[in-house]
Design a protein around this ligand. Sequence first.
Ligand code: TA6
Length: 316
Amino acid sequence: MATTAAAMAATSVVVLDRGNNTTCTINLHGATVVSWRVNNQEQLFVSKLASFDGKKAIRGGIPFVFRKFESISLDLAAQFGAWSFGPQHGFARITRWHLERAPDRLHNGDVEAIFSLMDNEFTRSIWNYQFRITYRLILREKELHFHIGVYNPSKELSFSFNMLLHTYLKVPDVRRCQITGLHGCHFIDKTRENALYQEGREVVTVNEWTDRIYQHTPQEHVITNVVSGRKMRLHKYNFPDTVIWNPWIDRSREMSDFGDDEFPNMLCVEAGNVTSPVILLPGTAFEASQILQQFKCPYDIINAPKKSKKKSKSRS
Ligand code: TA6
């Protein structure tokens, strides 16, 4: 019996429930995390106009960008090429993933699930390579962990890819957010013809159309004034770049699946491999991970008291 669209849609979401109104919901369409609730507070932004037709990428949550990140500066375009075919931000976010391991409660109360994507007729029609991706999500009390493995099962062929977690944070007012860990980093500014600049600010704020690819960023960013004034720590491993994006007024109007008035309530902070492709030799694997941690801290990040250095022996 053909699976109806409704049945497909119904079986398209997987929920990790840790109790205490702490849940994470994943749509198999793109293995897109479409909700992360901590004590019943939603941490992720999903547009009210987002499409769930199983075709278009979901506008919000955490789309999984693979195998390409698009439209960057000329010389890099030469490297990555505005490839003649294939979707913006790659095919993974518009392909149905497989639920490899259903949600399972671990001994410490955390809940884990594993998703996977392998090459299929659609992906090979765009990019004729064998591959396998596993995507392990772990829901903790105030944290969400992402562990990614990319495998090249071929015996002869190497392949290259970009990969990025296109995280849409939900925020009460993006103008009040501060982002750490970008000071001194070079960035490609897509709002200024992909020119290269260096970040001079101690903390980055967003008060206009912002679309920047920060290169070789440190492993950690803290974003202030996310949901209910809390902070979000983003810890990443093997993701050397960080993209910061907010479409602001004009770009919002250009997107049919994004409300004109929604830009103040979202901030994309995206960990990824954007500016240099990962090359995967035959029979080898690549691993990367991200941890999102929601936390409360009375101080703003600039004036937070510095960790007190241990008193030197001589003074005691
Ligand atoms: O990650 C930032 C970005 O590349 C922006 O340039 C903007 O295009 C955004 O992604 C959304 O892209 P999408 O393909 O989802 O419309």
